[in-house]
Design a protein around this ligand. Structure first.
Ligand code: NZQ
Ligand code: ZN
Length: 398
């Protein structure tokens, strides 16, 4: 194994009714006045928000609330949150929701401690050095933001929205409350989007050229196989606790870098997808499913052994991996099997299925420009994708 630093400081409190411990956890982590951030209302309808704020009250912790975070969360709400937090003397942020809510909370937390414009962090003008502490009450297993260092926000713009991210350890939540029962109300589509995102967080790290990867590959295999099995099961058993619990824990383990300790991951599919959800405002997981096949077919010849290994371990495709020819056949069969799995759980496998029409040439050009910064940057590690490569992948994904 190469040298690595593993940093996953989030306290995870997992199981039924754990949301009732939110107040106690805020106290433990030093909060005395909280901003509760939430989304479009699912947590209001389920009564979760009342339980979380009830727990704050029981612990004598005053709070303000900020709802209305939308999927692909917007910068304007982050700015409102920063103003509110400053005006009210907030010293702790509790996010009740999924990746969009947690990322908004992270951006508010970093923005409060910075005099300039919080968008500077996303533009990589500077690195945040301080942020308010954040705690998460997770309601959708998907983005893995509850343990990750990442923060993804969309800036509204008349000329086309811009979705950008930054990563920093100060963003990692102090605690994550995870009650699998909270996910029973998830629509099937959102559940599947989450399953794909969890798989992709594992796969982006899997496609690397690192050396000895026995343990990490075994962990990745276990995560992928579990999530696929449970992702299929949950379609007909949305309130099966064990299945929901496995998916929920996998969401955190897939993105807290447990399977990333082998050098640089690839991350091209995420780079490609962020432009898709930035432009078309679609769910991130569905966007990943729509892009993955075109990306995989484009790069498979660079590392057929990794694709073939995956085909054998995930889909039990029999293979003689000593023969180069058979390795390619196996690798390609694995890619097709993966797309069949996406179809099985109701996910799109191309952009037309994703947005309901064919994306135009201008839209494809725009996305290619955006994710390569006008052709000045490349995407991915397996193959450094240029603007031409990226445009071809988007076209092939139509
Ligand atoms: O807003 P509400 O009403 O809560 O509805 C949400 C939302 O419409 C709904 N939902 C959430 N929990 C529910 C529920 N509906 C019923 N019952 C529940 N228990 O689900 C919808 C999607 O929520 P969202 O938070 O957008 O989903 P997700 O967790 O997939 O987050 C996606 C965002 O995270 C970013 C994505 O790019 C996207 O912006 N990512 C963040 C990462 C990170 N911070 O590390 C990494 C990821 O790769 C990803 O890029
Ligand atoms: Zn993702």
């Amino acid at each position: 194994m190469k040298e690595f630093t593993y940093y996953a400081p989030t306290e995870v409190v997992f199981g039924p009714d754990t949301e009732n411990r939110t107040g106690e956890l805020v106290r433990k982590w030093g909060g005395s006045k909280v901003l509760v951030v939430y989304g479009g209302g699912s947590c209001v309808r389920s009564g979760l928000l009342d339980r979380v704020t009830g727990s704050l009250k029981e612990n004598g912790i005053p709070f303000e609330s900020l709802g209305g975070v939308v999927p692909n969360p917007r910068l304007s709400l982050v700015r409102r949150g920063i103003d509110l937090a400053r005006g009210e003397g907030i010293d702790f942020i509790v996010a009740v929701g999924g990746g969009s809510v947690i990322d908004s909370a992270k951006a508010i937390a970093a923005g409060v401690e910075y005099e300039g414009d919080v968008w500077d962090f996303f533009l990589r003008k500077l690195v945040p050095v301080k942020a308010l502490p954040v705690g998460a009450v997770l309601t959708i297993p998907a983005a893995g933001s509850e343990m990750s260092d990442g923060c993804v926000v969309t800036r509204e713009d008349e000329c086309g929205d811009e979705k950008k991210s930054f990563s920093n350890n100060i963003c990692r939540p102090r605690f994550a409350v995870m009650n699998p029962e909270l996910t029973y109300t998830l629509p099937a589509y959102q559940t599947s989007c989450g399953v794909v995102d969890i798989m992709m967080h594992t796969l982006e790290r899997y496609f690397t050229r690192g050396g000895d990867m026995y343990l990490t590959d075994a962990l990745a295999d276990a995560l992928l196989r579990t999530v696929m099995k449970c992702g299929e099961k949950v379609m007909s058993a949305p309130d099966d606790y064990s299945v929901r619990a496995s998916i929920m824990w996998a969401s955190s383990l897939a993105h807290n870098d447990l399977t990333g300790l082998r050098g640089q991951g690839d991350w091209a599919v995420h780079g490609l997808e962020h432009e898709v959800s930035g432009l078309f405002d679609v769910a991130h997981g569905a966007g990943l499913a729509a892009i993955w096949g075109a990306w995989a077919r484009y790069v498979v010849d660079l590392c057929p052994e990794r694709f073939a290994r995956l085909a054998v371990s995930l889909f039990d495709i029999p293979a003689n991996l000593d023969s180069k020819e058979e390795m390619m056949l196996t690798a390609n069969a694995g890619i097709e099997a993966m797309l069949d799995f996406f179809r099985l759980i109701g996910m799109p496998v191309n952009l037309t299925e994703l947005i309901g029409r064919e994306p135009s040439d201008e839209e494809i050009r725009h996305m290619a420009e955006m994710c390569t910064k006008g052709g000045t940057a490349t995407l991915g590690a397996l193959r450094k994708l240029t603007i031409e490569d990226v445009e071809t992948i988007y076209r092939n994904a139509r």
